[in-house]
Unconditional design. Structure first.
Length: 437
């Protein structure tokens, strides 16, 4: 976790204090269930909660000091609790194993992290919709291979991003449900020394579902899917960030990041206004994706369990969620304040002498009886003259002067094929599909 790329609400989930508090709740709820079953005295469960109601400070340093001797984090925690609660604490952890605590806690943390990420996505979707509607009919050039293709609108670019992040939200909801599982099944997951009712009780208290079959650990395919989903969201962030970066290039300059008063773009060149936020997002996306492969490799554990996954998850759990939370918030801010230049879009759209209308002429020629091969040849030979003139020549003028073209299409028919509105006539249909209205 890098403080520079962290936000307090998400970071708080991963502090040692937060982790130990979840551990205690797992242990105390399990002891409650054991008391109901008559396995441990009711006084034992009551003693735990009585101490907890005093809102004790979690002494992380004391727990760490015990772990330095025991070399076992859960035992160190249980020892510290026993020192504070007293004799009744001996009934804690009856029939449980460390993974019951660790895996269930991890499920709680990832579920809470997912809730924050879902809220982040909701805010991003709101901004994307607002800006898409704002620029619904702002014409701009669509590009394929980085080269001018045909007209689109800037609103359509943002509508596409909205649809993509809406899919991301759907995937994250499913991943959250998949990861929100509780395992209190004891050594090798057989419930030999603890009743399945305890697991059901703890799961209900913590808002989790029960793991149908654990092997002392919750199966890591769940975690792999969760982190893979975060990786896909990161890729969607990079896709939109890369679009902004391209549009901010000096030669394009159709949109750019907000440049605040007092902001400096370069230590050497005072004129610079660099796309630093979206460049940063590209880097952060690489990091989040980097956590996916270790999560996939964690799926294959030895037999009923090993702990090769443990060190990995201590890294990727906090780092992936904290980084993605920051990235989503940053992207939301970028789109919210994005400076959009319709005049520059119009200038770029018309830069190449009407080449963007070439397909309409091609189709019109075929409909007028010209073979597709000949139609393509006629349009291309005139289009290349415009291309090589860097837009100084007009495709429409060249076509009007081409006898092979005008034998099939009149000047008026050619002019009609250069109508910008033709390309935008289905924008409403696309918006209805994306936004449902």
């Amino acid at each position: 976790m890098v403080p520079r790329y962290s936000r307090p609400e998400m970071t708080a989930i991963w502090t040692p204090e937060a982790r130990f508090r979840i551990w205690f709740e797992i242990e105390a709820h399990a002891t409650d269930a054991l008391a109901e079953l008559g396995v441990v005295p009711r006084e034992a469960a009551d003693a735990l909660w009585a101490w907890w109601r005093t809102e004790p400070a979690i002494d992380v340093a004391a727990i760490d000091a015990i772990e330095a001797v025991t070399k076992h984090d859960v035992i160190a925690f249980l020892t510290w609790v026993a020192e504070n609660v007293g004799e009744q604490a001996r009934f804690m952890h009856q029939g449980m194993t460390s993974s019951d605590v660790l895996d269930t806690c991890f499920a709680v943390q990832l579920s809470r992290a997912a809730d924050i990420l879902l809220a982040d996505l909701d805010r991003l979707l709101e901004v994307l919709e607002r800006r898409a509607v704002e620029h619904k009919l702002t014409p701009t050039i669509g590009r394929s291979h980085g080269i001018h293709a045909e007209p689109v609108t800037f609103g359509l670019k943002l509508a596409q991003a909205y649809a993509e992040f809406d899919r991301c939200r759907t995937r994250l909801i499913a991943a959250r449900a998949d990861i929100a599982t509780c395992a209190i099944s004891g050594a090798v997951g057989t419930f030999a020394n603890i009743d399945p009712a305890v697991e059901a009780h703890v799961a209900a208290k913590l808002g989790l579902s029960v793991e149908p079959v654990s092997t002392q650990v919750i199966p890591r395919d769940r975690h792999a899917m969760f982190f893979a989903t975060l990786g896909v969201i990161a890729s969607s962030i990079e896709r939109l960030a890369t679009e902004v970066r391209h549009l901010q290039r000096t030669e394009v300059l159709e949109a750019e990041e907000y440049f605040s008063p007092g902001q400096k773009g370069s230590s050497a060149m005072p004129h610079k206004r660099n796309p630093v936020l979206t460049e940063n997002l590209t880097g952060l996306a690489r990091m989040v994706r980097g956590y996916v492969t270790p999560a996939l490799e964690n799926v294959a554990l030895w037999h009923e369990r090993d702990i090769s996954h443990s060190s990995v998850e201590r890294y990727i759990g906090p780092d992936a969620t904290i980084t993605l939370d920051f990235a989503l918030a940053r992207l939301t801010g970028v789109i919210d304040k994005l400076l959009v230049y319709p005049e520059r879009m119009d200038k770029n759209l018309n830069k190449m002498g009407g080449l963007v209308h070439s397909q309409r002429v091609l189709l019109a020629l075929t409909q007028a009886g010209v073979s597709r091969e000949d139609a393509y040849r006629l349009v291309q030979r005139n289009a290349m003259k415009v291309w090589e003139s860097d837009g100084a020549l007009s495709l429409l003028d060249l076509l009007k002067a081409d006898a092979e073209v005008t034998v099939a299409l009149s000047p008026a028919e050619l002019e009609e094929k250069f109508d910008l509105g033709y390309h935008l006539r289905h924008v409403d249909t696309i918006f209805a599909r994306v936004f449902g209205k």
